[in-house]
Design a protein around this ligand. Sequence first.
Ligand code: A2P
Length: 338
Amino acid sequence: KTYDVAVVGATGAVGETMLSILAERDFPVGNIYPLASSRSAGKTIEFKGQQVEIQDLATFDFSKVQIGLFSAGGSISAEYAPKAAEAGCVVIDNTSHFRYDEDIPLVVPEVNPQAVAGYTRRNIIANPNCSTIQMLVALKPLHEAATIERINVATYQAVSGSGKEAIDELATQTANLLNGKPVECEAYPKQIAFNCLPHIDVFLDNGYTKEEMKMVWETQKIFGDDSILVNPTAVRVPVFFGHSEAVHIETREKLTEAKARELLSQFEGIEVLDDREPGGYPTAVTEAATHDPVYVGRIREDISHPRGLNLWVVADNVRKGAALNSVQIAELLIREYI
Ligand code: A2P
């Protein structure tokens, strides 16, 4: 059996990766429909070695497909995902637009696969925020064993999370600065090359950014526990691909670092790299970029808290943080439901 699939935002950083992951995992695709804006319609894009024509999202008939992978921005999903769902297509949406609706499942397949069942209510499943996905994959086995009460996290997020324009901006600023030329800032309000910006998405009334609050809301929804406390700081760093996170947890039961290492090593989707020597830890460029696992290192007991544990968590934000997680949701959907 095969499924006809539309990829919305197929020319974007995440959309292109969705196409390549569908091909590389041999997802049973019948017809593939890459969709983007009218600017891209008529151009072609590669899928499984073939050139496929890009179609205009605005005029596409979603009754032709069973699955739609959306990654063209929140306002595009707001308008087109309900139309696609109405036409009988199951939408897997990578934007934040539907994530906090009670009747929309928010799914990380390694963490809460059972939630997919709720897709029938609106025919839409939301893909969580990139930083939340990799953190929760790493925390799932620890939460099951010792119940996490509180999470303190600082992120170090790659520019690819902001899309292609931001990838170009980091490259151009870097080249300009190394050649003694001035930089222009468009994708970000300050220079991103050789810099760190403690600002991702918009500022909210409580002083946190929306990216930070996504980690709070989504952790509680995915773990199904509103009592878990999360205190995030989200930082954009001059890295192209791969988010890193310094995660500190406080658990109800004491979790030794030996036990934590054992649990993490056995969990599907996690690779532990934790040799206490130079280079004995995962990084965005060397391990995570272009790879699927969530990498965990620097596992150590907190010297300032009796039930605290520290971790360094790294993953490819465009793959596990977006495209791969969406395709894994689609795989769950066809295996168990449609
Ligand atoms: P296009 O290339 O035609 O503008 P990124 O996140 O890398 O910036 O990519 C954004 C994706 O969303 C691109 O594929 C882009 O297509 C798509 N997109 C942006 N605006 C629209 C729109 N109005 N209709 C359909 N697709 C859109």
